[in-house]
Ligand binder design. Structure first.
Ligand code: 5GP
Ligand code: MG
Length: 178
């Protein structure tokens, strides 16, 4: 284990098992619909590639990049940094995200894609911190609920690091507090 990790919450075997379960649900639902999978960079990249290998239906893959910032009066403002390259009008969309925290990111994205005429929008998130929600948004599929700690691994980073850890863990506080 990495010394900067205080506790491993879910190991690779547990993540694999949970992804298999979610993939079965999606496979049952999306036969013959050819949805567009929208991966939210960069945190969702590991989850997305592992998930799509398990999906047994035709799909397309695209991605967006968003960043959040506070503009003085409003916390949790979200900005689109990289847009989709495909049209989504009339198409089912599945957004793949690493973690839902306050909910601002996914609320913004879901509204944006709805406004472009997506046929349907579902949210598939690897992790959820339900106690931190500031806006009303729920994922249709959640891998695991996690405590209000700083989580890294499996795509999630701290300062660009730890995305490659093959497990989900709590980052040691001394790494980001001093
Ligand atoms: P929200 O808009 O829901 O507050 O935030 C979602 C984004 O915040 C996630 O996509 C992720 O980038 C980041 N985030 C929230 N909580 C954590 C966490 O515990 N660890 C990491 N690495 N990122 C987090
Ligand atoms: Mg993110």
């Amino acid at each position: 284990m990495n010394n900067d990790i205080e506790q491993v919450l879910y190991n690779q075997a547990q993540i694999n098992h949970r992804m298999d379960e979610i993939a079965s649900q999606l496979t049952a639902k999306y036969q013959d619909q050819c949805p567009l999978i929208v991966s939210v960079m960069t945190g969702a990249v590991v989850f997305t590639v592992e998930m799509i290998k398990r999906l047994k239906f035709k799909l397309n893959l695209d991605y967006v990049d968003v960043s959040s910032y506070a503009d003085g009066t409003h916390a949790g403002k979200v900005k689109l940094v990289q847009d989709l390259s495909s049209s989504i009008e009339g198409r089912p969309v599945i957004i793949m995200e690493d973690i839902i925290d306050t909910g601002h990111t996914l609320k913004y994205l879901a509204n944006l894609l709805k406004g472009r005429g997506a046929k349907s929008i579902e949210i598939c998130a690897l992790l959820d911190k339900p106690n931190r929600r500031e806006v009303n948004v729920e994922a249709d599929y959640v891998g695991f609920k996690v405590p209000n700690e700083f989580i890294v691994g499996y795509g999630l980073d701290y300062s660009g690091l730890y995305r490659n850890l093959p497990y989900i863990g709590i980052l040691e506080r001394s790494v980001y507090e001093n």
